[in-house]
Write a protein that binds this ligand. Structure first.
Ligand code: 5GP
Length: 182
């Protein structure tokens, strides 16, 4: 194999193309618009991976809303969820009596989402629902419900559309997966 190929960075393969993501986002936003008609919502973006999903969603949601940002990171090995998360950026506005929707990129074991829900429920919102772009049903270890779900996927490690691997690929407009070399 020529040197330049060995050193080249392989582009992730397309798992969910941009048009499919955008079409599903329009549907999810419509559901939210319908369910929350006449109400104000607090939309929470879970950083970092959800930032593109979140920004596309909120531009399709036609409701009075405020936006908040919650930074979390897993302890330990990034590829395997420990369920114990570190809050790297907290929400300083009170959530009491608010209709909260939490926007997450991927629900894998569900431990991260479950941890965040428990933490946010202590702040006494009027309601709290979850919206996730991707769910990996085979890895789920909790019985949490995702109220608004984009797509179910297999166990492949995905990147793109805000989601990274070692800090890279967040800017891809599609959800991709990395092919193994062997
Ligand atoms: P959980 O706690 O549900 O097991 O893990 C959820 C978090 O793990 C996601 O928010 C995401 O940061 C990370 N994660 C899970 N699956 C993948 C994946 O396929 N690719 C990437 N980049 N991160 C993932």
């Amino acid at each position: 194999m020529p040197m330049y190929e060995e050193n080249s960075i392989k582009q992730p393969k397309v798992l969910i193309p941009e048009v499919k993501i955008q079409a599903r986002i329009a549907e999810l936003a419509q559901e939210i618009n319908h369910d929350y008609r006449g109400k104000e919502i607090t939309a929470i973006c879970v950083l970092k991976g959800s930032f593109i999903f979140f920004s596309d969603m909120i531009r399709k949601i036609d409701l009075p809303m405020t936006c908040e940002f919650l930074g979390v990171s897993s302890y330990g090995n990034k590829m395997v969820s420990s369920g114990e998360i570190k809050v790297t950026l907290d929400i300083h506005e009170p959530l009491e009596k608010k209709n909260v929707i939490l926007f997450e990129d991927i629900v894998d074991t569900g431990l991260t989402l479950s941890y965040m829900l428990n933490m946010l429920k202590t702040r006494k919102p009027a309601s709290i629902k979850t919206c996730a772009l991707l769910l990996k049903p085979e890895s789920l270890k909790t019985d949490i419900d995702v109220d608004y779900l984009g797509f179910k996927v297999g166990n492949e490690f995905v990147v793109g559309y805000g989601v990274d691997f070692a800090g890279k690929w967040r800017g891809l407009p599609y959800i991709g997966y990395l092919e193994h070399d062997h």
